[in-house]
Each structure stands twice: as structure tokens, then as C-alpha cells.
Write a protein that binds this ligand. Structure first.
Ligand code: IMP
Length: 471
């Protein structure tokens, strides 16, 4: 039996080229996540419950990447997380929150805290605009039983815009009228949207962020391939999610292929990333089923024990090298998922043919990852766990198995608290930009033309700092 050799990131290096790049700022890191979604940086945060919920997804999108909200919760909780990201910034809020004229100030305050929103359009049927109530209206009102209708700015005093108003005209109206909110209505005064000064400011300040056509941050969400997956996919789509990511350990399976077909049939305009796979045939089958991106990685994850539990897997660099030509031929971007330990791995993954990398472990333990930091011997840590670890399997909403019936393919770990995720991203991007200048690559596509060489154990030893006592 012929047994081929397969390589992982540490087995190779890239050969430097004569570089015409004068500064690391001259390189462009934009790339495709899927056929129709582009990102400004090639980093995606993993759909793990210790990595990506709305806080991480917001931070990732603000940096120019994207976060994929995990699915280890009921549908409404996942939808809620997606909505939090989509509401973080917009140019036009399409479906603004409203409050009834007969609500009391106490109810206003309660709703305000619950929704994290300090002002509401006033409407009794949710459609006709009757007024607006903002933080300024309530600030000096001490009586909590006061009705909204008695403190709101009423319809006849409202400044409103039409739904087709341009951002520049909206800015002018906000400035000239010294207001912070501009409700958008049709000729019958039916609510059609809301533009706020804060949103316009946010949008013009963060040009680097990943945004949709309405200026809202991009976000993805994971779905499974069994049970309520279609209901979940539909609910997430209605919540405004930009991309659905199939979350299944063995993506080259009838279950996954069927789920992709069902989702694409029901939601033809939704971008779907299929995976995980580790072979060219896997990519071909998922592409034929209709995916808009493929996710590659069987067993490289930092918390993953699939390979030692099952004996199956493909070292990640070879998996990417084998699949990339198929993805290129069909114009379907490749997400290299798992196994990134340092910025060199990101550079190697992209040079091997990936368009983005998905990172879990490296982004866990950050300020934005879910869960509190815990103290251990005077240091702060956060928990990182595999989604097929024992505790994750036991805490699934639909879990019926007892602990002794579960064969884990992941572990639970303690990771040092790392501070804001943007610092980690900055370190990775710094390494990528430097790498691109060694490879004379102004773009990620040019990086793919670089030559790999295999190294030996002594080459590996030489690569890291050596013969020092590291401080
Ligand atoms: P990391 O960046 O090396 O930590 O890898 C993250 C990736 O590991 C995720 O995006 C998943 O594809 C994968 N993964 C997450 N949980 C598990 C698990 O329990 N077993 C195997 N792989 C996992």
C-alpha cells in the first residue's frame, strides 16, 4: 500500500523573494470569505462557545474580519446574538424599536435597559409614527407613572425624512435641526426606518470594518445538519445574518450534503460555507451541493482530539494544498480552520491557497470571548473548550447522553487572559504584512505564488529562538 506523506505548518517554510515592497503599509489584506462576501482581513473567529458570541463578532467585524456565532444554544438565543451585532451600527435602522403612547416612564426605563436603547419611536400599532421619546425628554422627569404621550416630542413637532434620503442629506437635516435622530416615514406617516447621528458617525469613522450594504457589521452563524437546522437557518436569515456556516465534524457526509441542498433550496440568496473537509473530493462534493465557501480542517484544532480518538485526519497544510486547486477552479473561497499557533501559520495557510483562516484557541481568553476571567494562583485565565469535549457535549440544549456514553473528540483548557482581541489581531496582521513583504506579495493572491520548502527537525529547531535563556 502506498502511503503518501502529509505536512503541517511546522514542516515547511516559504522561500524569500526579491521584494519591491517598500513598506508593510503597501500590502493589501482583503480577501473573499465566500463567493459574495469580501473581508478586509483574512481572519474569522471560530463558532465555539468559548470564542464567538456577539461581543467577539462585533470586535472581529470592526477589525475587518468576521465572527461566526456558535450554535450551542437554542435558536432564539443565537438569533438574539446575531441581532446584537446587526444593530451595533447602521446607516438606516430598518425596523426601529417602538413604544406605546400609554406606556409609563417606568416601562420606558425598563425597556430601555432590556434593549440597550435610550430612545424610541412612539407608535400604538407599530407602524404610524406618533412621536419620539429620547433620553433628553426623560432626564428631568421624576415621576415614573408619567405617560410617554405626555413627555414625547409629538408628531406635529417632529422632523422626519423620507426612506430614500441620502446619507449626506440626512447629515444636513440632523445638523441644521440640532437633532440626534431622524425618523424615516412614507407619505402616510408610516414608520420606514430611523437614522441616528451616532450611527452616521460610527460608519464614517470605521472604514476598516466589515459592513453590509446598509452599513451594518457583518456576522455569520453556525447551523448543524440535523433536527431543527432549517428552522434555525431561516430564523438566522430573518435576523439579518450574512453567512451560515455548517458546523459538523465530518462535512464530507451525506448528512452535510443533504443539509446544504435543503438550506440553499429554502434560502437561495444566503451564503453558505460547508465543511469541515480535508480532501479534494470533499470539496468537489460540497461545491456540487451548492456551497459558497468550503471550510478545511479535520483534526488540527488546538482543543481537538479527533485524530488521536479516531485515527483520522489530514495535516492541515497538505489538506489546504490538496483542496485549494479545486476551490480556485470553481471560484469558491477556502477557509482554513484550526491549527493556527502563530502568525507564520496564517501566512503559510494563505500561501498554500486558503483565502481566510478560522481561529479558535488563539482568540479564546480575550476580553471579548464569552465567559468571565477566573483567578488561579494569582493569574487570570479564561476557559477554552472543544465543541466535542465532554462538558460541551453534556451542556448541549438537546443532549440526552450520559457522560459515560460520550466519546469526546475535544478537551477543556485553561488559557491565560489576553486582553482585547484587537491586540491579538494586530500581532497576526503585523506578521502577515511582514511575510507578504518577504514574498514580494502586495496582495494575498500574489502570496499564493510563493514557493514552499520542506524543513527537517534541525531546520525547525533553527527557526525558533535558540541557545538563549529566554527572558
Ligand atoms: P484552533 O484555532 O486551533 O483552536 O481550532 C479551532 C477549530 O477547532 C474550530 O473552528 C473547529 O473546527 C475545531 N474544533 C472545535 N471544537 C472541536 C472539538 O471538540 N473537536 C475537534 N475539533 C474542534
Amino acid at each position: 500500500m502506498y502511503i503518501p506523506t502529509a505536512l503541517s505548518y511546522d514542516d515547511v517554510l516559504l522561500v524569500p523573494k526579491k521584494s519591491a515592497i517598500k513598506s508593510r503599509h503597501d500590502v493589501k489584506m482583503n480577501t473573499q470569505l465566500t463567493k459574495n462576501i469580501s473581508l478586509k482581513i483574512p481572519i474569522v473567529s471560530a463558532n465555539m462557545d468559548t470564542v464567538t458570541e456577539s461581543t467577539m463578532a462585533i470586535a472581529m467585524a470592526l477589525e475587518g474580519g468576521i465572527g461566526i456565532i456558535h450554535r450551542f444554544c437554542d435558536i432564539s438565543s443565537q438569533v438574539h446574538e446575531v441581532k446584537k451585532v446587526k444593530r451595533k451600527q447602521n446607516i438606516v435602522i430598518g425596523n426601529p424599536f417602538t413604544i406605546n403612547t400609554k406606556a409609563t416612564l417606568a416601562e420606558f426605563k425598563e425597556r430601555s435597559t432590556e434593549l440597550g436603547c435610550s430612545s424610541f419611536l412612539v407608535s400604538d400599532d407599530g407602524r404610524e409614527l406618533l412621536g419620539i421619546i429620547t433620553r433628553r425628554d426623560v432626564v428631568f422627569c421624576g415621576d415614573d407613572s408619567t405617560l410617554v404621550k405626555n413627555i414625547m416630542t409629538p408628531k406635529d413637532k417632529l422632523i422626519v425624512g423620507s426612506i430614500n434620503i441620502s446619507t449626506d442629506d440626512a447629515k444636513k437635516m440632523l445638523r441644521e435641526n440640532k437633532i440626534e435622530k431622524l425618523p424615516l416615514v412614507d407619505e402616510d406617516f408610516q414608520i420606514k426606518g430611523l437614522i441616528t447621528e451616532k450611527d452616521i458617525m460610527r460608519n464614517s469613522n470605521n472604514v476598516q470594518a466589515s459592513k453590509d450594504k446598509l452599513g451594518r457589521l457583518l456576522v455569520g452563524a453556525a447551523v448543524g445538519v440535523r433536527g431543527d437546522y432549517l428552522e434555525r437557518a431561516v430564523a438566522l436569515t430573518e435576523a439579518g445574518v450574512d453567512v451560515l456556516v455548517l458546523d459538523i465534524a465530518h462535512g464530507h457526509s451525506d448528512n452535510a450534503i443533504e443539509a446544504i441542498k435543503v438550506i440553499k433550496r429554502a434560502l437561495p440568496n444566503m451564503e453558505v460555507i460547508g465543511g469541515n473537509i480535508a480532501t479534494a473530493q470533499g470539496a468537489l462534493d460540497l461545491i456540487e451541493a451548492g456551497v459558497d465557501g468550503v471550510k478545511v480542517g479535520i483534526g488540527p484544532g488546538s482543543i481537538c482530539t479527533t485524530r488521536i480518538t479516531t485515527g483520522f485526519g489530514v495535516p492541515q497544510l497538505s489538506a489546504i494544498l490538496n483542496i485549494a486547486p479545486v476551490c480556485k477552479k470553481y471560484g469558491v473561497p477556502l477557509v482554513a480552520d484550526g491549527g493556527i499557533k502563530q502568525s507564520a501559520d496564517l501566512v503559510k495557510a494563505l500561501a498554500a491557497g486558503a483565502d481566510t483562516v478560522m481561529m479558535g484557541g488563539q482568540l479564546s481568553g480575550t476580553e471579548e470571548s464569552p465567559g468571565p476571567a477566573i483567578n488561579y494562583k494569582g493569574r487570570q485565565y479564561k476557559i477554552s473548550r472543544g465543541m466535542a469535549s465532554l462538558t460541551a457535549a453534556l451542556s448541549r440544549p438537546d443532549s440526552k447522553e450520559k457522560h459515560h456514553q460520550i466519546t469526546p473528540e475535544g478537551i477543556e483548557a485553561r488559557v491565560p487572559y489576553k486582553g482585547p482581541v484587537k491586540n491579538i489581531i494586530a500581532r497576526y496582521l503585523g506578521g502577515l504584512k511582514s511575510g507578504m513583504s518577504y514574498g514580494n506579495a502586495k496582495t494575498i493572491s500574489e502570496l499564493k505564488e510563493c514557493q514552499f520548502i520542506r524543513i527537517t527537525n534541525s531546520g525547525m529547531r533553527e527557526s525558533d529562538s535558540h541557545d538563549n535563556e529566554v527572558l
